[in-house]
Write a protein that binds this ligand. Structure first.
Ligand code: PRX
Length: 651
């Protein structure tokens, strides 16, 4: 962990939001935030009761918080339905029933939309389709679809009927999909036949067929013909057509009252071992948390036009759009495709066309816009944008300053939020209008979340000292389990610092109370905001007959944040050749997905190891970043290895 802070942290000065923003935001001053934060820590029940009162319940609960980390429940015994809150409430109200809930735009320019009333009708129908296939509350289905209106219909229908959905990012390979389908015990897969990306058609159903060619427990595949002219073979009995089923289905399906602690969704994420973790979120708990984050951190009002560019395969969309955004009754834009296709100004063009005033994207996207410069931005009207948000990886000050200068007449509020798949939301963020901003910081702790930074013994460290980021209390959207492996849940998150949730990130709090997340303390790297386990990549490489040992580390990258780089030692029968390098890259793509493709593969004759035989990845990282090893080398089993390694790299 670094002990000296980079100057952009130590010299950072607060930037105050404009008075105009302050006048309309939910929380309007730093003092109000501080007072409410303190109150929410002392009386978390009061804070969460106020949030719960803004939602619709079938039946209230007598208790607000039961138990403590890691065994806790929020509003146990109460009855609520996520979909009822995200759709029905707005579809029933005369002022909002004909309001657009979702606009959709595809990469080729195709456009459509659903009002809240239309969304309600579609969701009820699909809930009946699920029912007709024999799926019931508590069953799991895998969803392998791109951003589309149908995907939202499918997920909301699951939430309506208590069916646990597991979205699998549609960039995952057949192998990775198979692993997730089996691990989640999914009875059905709901997929699109294809999707569009950078002008190409990706045949998703082909991947599903390949994933299901080996043994699984899947009984049904529902295929949405999203790409009309794509030849899509259907397996009789197992496969049914989304459109045909919807035509026949009734539009009457009452939302199922559920305990807010019942599992609602399941999403796999990379852990420190080769095996992905199936993170289980409680449905109602997720709603309570995401509603609160979206309301206060995006300062989202019903009249906003909001665009979050995240893909439905990652939890960000579920937090801030599917559940948080819809629960607030906002109009949201969905986009399928690359935001710089067919031209680099595509994102700006869409912000102008839909008059988006709140934009949420990833740092990697902001860095890409920075690369294209302000001339491009000046060709579009971006003056109405009031808020830009991001999550997933560090937002560097250079990108921050650039975004601030081109959007909203140079006065836009920027909110760099910090969260994890496990936290089901963003415990750290700024509060637009209230809290001053610092370029690159992750803001301040959210109401009801007791964040802390601790040393190796779990003791709090003072401001300015980096340490491990932990959360000391339970909150409703925190993951409730790792699917099928409760011991792994306990050991991954609750053993390191007793009584606290261990995030796996290092961070520092500055003198003004702002948090700066410095990076992972484990073997997880962050590529364009996608979490990849280096162990998972190493397992893929080692399974190739030519590979004896493999070590993967992250290399800093201007646009993508980090890219994976692999070091490999070979079996003597194989030669270090370009063709082999390509083959190994293709293997990682096929096992995990193209987003995990190593940027380079270095064939080396030996790895730097400790005396106990552990590969010292820190040294490999240093070599990649600086071309030498300056740090402590006393732990090396054989110090000659380093010279050899540097020679191998040069050769
Ligand atoms: O290391 C942190 C980094 O991303 C990790 C979480 O990744 P994932 O579960 O894929 O996130 C889903 C987001 C809901 C964290 O452990 N991270 C996230 N936000 C930031 C960040 N690192 C730096 N700055 C951030 N704002």
């Amino acid at each position: 962990m670094p002990t000296e802070l980079p100057p952009f942290i130590s010299n950072s000065l607060p930037i105050h939001p404009s008075d105009a923003y302050r006048n309309t935001s939910f929380i309007s001053s730093e003092a109000e935030y501080a007072a409410r934060y303190q109150q929410s820590l002392e009386h978390p029940e009061a804070f969460w009761s106020d949030i719960a009162a803004e939602l619709r319940w079938f039946h209230p609960a007598n208790t607000v918080i039961q138990g403590a980390l890691p065994d806790f429940a929020f509003f146990p015994g109460g009855k609520i339905n996520v979909c009822d809150n995200c759709v029905d409430r707005h579809a029933e109200h005369p002022n909002t029933r004909n309001k657009v809930a979702l606009f959709f735009e595809g990469e080729r320019g195709e456009r459509s939309s659903l009002t809240y009333a239309q969304l309600h009708r579609e969701v009820c129908k699909f809930a009946n389709v699920l029912q007709s296939l024999g799926l019931r509350s508590g069953d799991v289905v895998s969803v392998y679809m791109p951003n589309s209106l149908e995907t939202y219909v499918v997920l909301l229908a699951c939430l309506r009927s208590g069916i646990i959905y597991n979205t699998v990012f549609a960039g995952f390979s057949a192998e990775a999909l198979h692993e997730r389908v089996v691990a989640s015990g999914a009875k059905a897969v709901i997929c699109a036949n294809g999707s569009y990306r950078r002008g190409k058609i990706i045949a998703l159903k082909e991947t599903v067929d390949a994933a299901l060619a080996r043994d699984t427990q899947v009984e049904h595949v529902v295929v949405c013909h999203h790409v009309p002219d794509l030849d899509t073979p259907m397996t009789p009995v197992r496969d049914v057509d989304y459109g045909e089923q919807m035509e026949r289905a009734s539009a009457d399906f009452p939302a199922l009252p559920l305990d807010p602690n019942d599992p609602g969704l399941l999403i796999f994420t990379s852990g420190t071992s080769g095996k992905p973790k199936g993170i289980v979120h409680a449905g109602g708990g997720f709603l309570l948390g995401t509603y609160a984050y979206t309301k206060y951190q995006l300062d989202l009002h019903a009249e906003d036009v909001y665009w979050n560019t995240a893909d439905i395969g990652w939890l960000t969309s579920h937090i801030f759009v599917l559940v948080g955004g819809l629960a607030l009754g906002t109009t949201t834009l969905l986009y399928e495709g690359a935001i710089d296709y067919p031209h680099p100004g595509r994102l700006y063009e869409m912000v102008e066309r839909y008059q988006v005033n709140k934009l949420f994207s990833a740092p990697t996207a902001y860095r890409m816009l920075l690369k294209h410069g302000s001339r491009l931005a000046q060709q579009y009207d971006l003056s109405h944008v009031t808020l830009l948000a991001s999550v997933g990886e560090p937002l560097n000050p250079e990108a921050w300053n650039f975004m601030r200068s081109i959007f909203g007449d140079g006065k836009v509020v920027i909110n760099n939020t910090w969260g994890q798949t496990e936290t089901g939301g963003t415990p750290l963020a700024s509060l637009p209008g209230a809290v001053s901003m610092k370029p690159g910081s992750c803001g301040v702790p959210f109401f009801g979340h007791h964040l802390d930074i601790v040393d190796g013994d779990g003791q709090p460290v003072p401001a300015g000292t980096p340490g491990y980021l932990v959360i000391r209390n339970a909150f409703p959207s925190l993951a409730r389990d790792i699917f099928g492996d409760h011991n792994r849940y306990l050991s991954s998150y609750f053993r390191q610092v007793p009584g606290a949730y261990f995030t796996g990130d290092s961070a520092v709090r500055d003198a003004d109370g702002h948090y700066w997340v410095l990076g992972r303390v484990d073997d997880v790297i962050n590529v364009s905001g996608h979490r990849i386990s280096t162990m998972e990549m190493e397992s893929s490489l080692i399974a190739h007959p030519a590979v004896v040992e493999a070590a993967v580390v992250g290399q800093p990258d201007d646009i993508r944040g980090q890219v994976p780089v692999a070091f490999v030692t070979l079996d003597a029968r194989f030669a270090a050749e370009e063709a082999l390098s390509k083959e190994l890259m293709a293997k990682v793509v096929s096992d995990i997905g193209s987003f995990a493709r190593p940027a380079s593969i270095h064939f080396v004759s030996a790895m730097p190891k400790t005396r106990s035989g552990k590969i010292i990845r820190r040294m490999l990282r240093e070599i990649i970043q600086t071309g030498e090893v300056r740090g402590d080398v006393t732990g090396l089993e054989d110090s000659d290895i380093l010279d050899q390694l540097l020679d191998d790299m040069r050769g």
